[in-house]
Design a binder for this molecule. Sequence first.
Ligand code: PLP
Length: 456
Amino acid sequence: MTHFTANSPHARDIASVLHPQTNARKHRETGPTIMTHAEGIFVHDDAGNAFLDAGAGLWCASLGYSNERLAKVAYEAMKTLGYYQIFRHASHGPAIDLSEKLLSIAPVPMSKVLLQCSGSEANDSAVKLVWYHWHAQGKPEKRKIISRRGSYHGSTCVAISLTAKPEYQTGFGLPFDGFLYTDCPDYYRTALPGETEEDFSQRLADKLEALILAEGPETVAAFWCDPVQGGAGALPPPRDYFQKIQAVLRKYDILMVADEVICGFGRTGHMWGCQAYGMEPDMISCAKALSAAMQPISAVLLNERIYQSVLQQSDKYGAFIHGYTYAGHPVAASVALETLKIYEEIGMIGHVRSVEPVFLRELGALRDHPLVGDFTGIGLIGGLELVRDKATRENWPAEIGLGARVDAHARRNGLILRIVGNRIAFSPPLIITADEIRELARRLRATLNAVHHEVS
Ligand code: PLP
């Protein structure tokens, strides 16, 4: 099966670990890349290689991969109250402090915070809240949820149903019924010849309206969207997109849920992606940079309208019957709170804004590369479009295995890339410096040169 020495960490990994999002058969041959430690934004493997991970792990390690101050906070929290639940009227300081803090920085007025453990759980719970709300309003038939093709919203059964990517669903017999998909706002790939961004956005809003009318507005409960669409390869929206979409949602009284799991906490150069694009959601799911990825924690922020429905249902059912053992975990909440303090102290948003021009310029400069069709981004998130033919925007045929080639050469160049379809998605740690961005671009160009040489 493998060439690894018996009892080596690689052999033991193959024998014992089922890896998420990993080709199980290939893993038996390749084994794992075992990371051992980190320095700033560089991670080191057990073979002595240091990598600049241009995706901050899974879009999340905002402060890099180690942090003394957060470690101390976690240690103190474990000594003081290492666990308590927040079910049935119980509470504790970290859950209260964190909820209060999140409400104080919310992009639009929010009423309450539901603490969870992961982005998937946050979205899953927000779907339940949407359904709960419409039940409370006496409209149980208002149940369908619309998301955008190409989006990723998590891995629970409901979050995968929101995730409009067939390859994530078919092997599991998902999605559940009642999850509908509308167009991905991919201007580069799907705009009509000569169509402006505004016209493109209007066309997509019209198509959304047509879908709602075809389904019956009285059956459509909510629209799910991440400000920059991560699952589509870190795709920023075209101009006026969310304004035009929101107008349609308001017309038919459809809730808007913003998935800020990637964009929240500075990624776009704003505290929230919603602020970058003038979005006014009814609920927000967030995670990842909330705790700088140092603890598994997420949150749903809900507005007063939804909260009033929860109140009403408590009168009817005796309680809001939903919850996870680790929801509001005091250690995770303490680390999240400290993370938000660190962001304020180091001026995280100001830093992202100050390096944004370098990020956009350095990666944008790769538009001149023969393999690159386009680059779009905001703050410290962006995507680079890989093409075979710049003029026709034709893709490389699947049998060329372009993504795997890019990945392999990147690793040889000390770079970890997130390749999503035809795009390379960038979301480096938020603490990345201008010099490190230049280094990222240098390694990327070397990678693309090597791949181009190989395939042409
Ligand atoms: N939503 C978005 C936009 C994401 O990118 C992700 C994960 O990458 C999730 C939700 C799911 O978060 P988690 O992996 O913490 O469950």
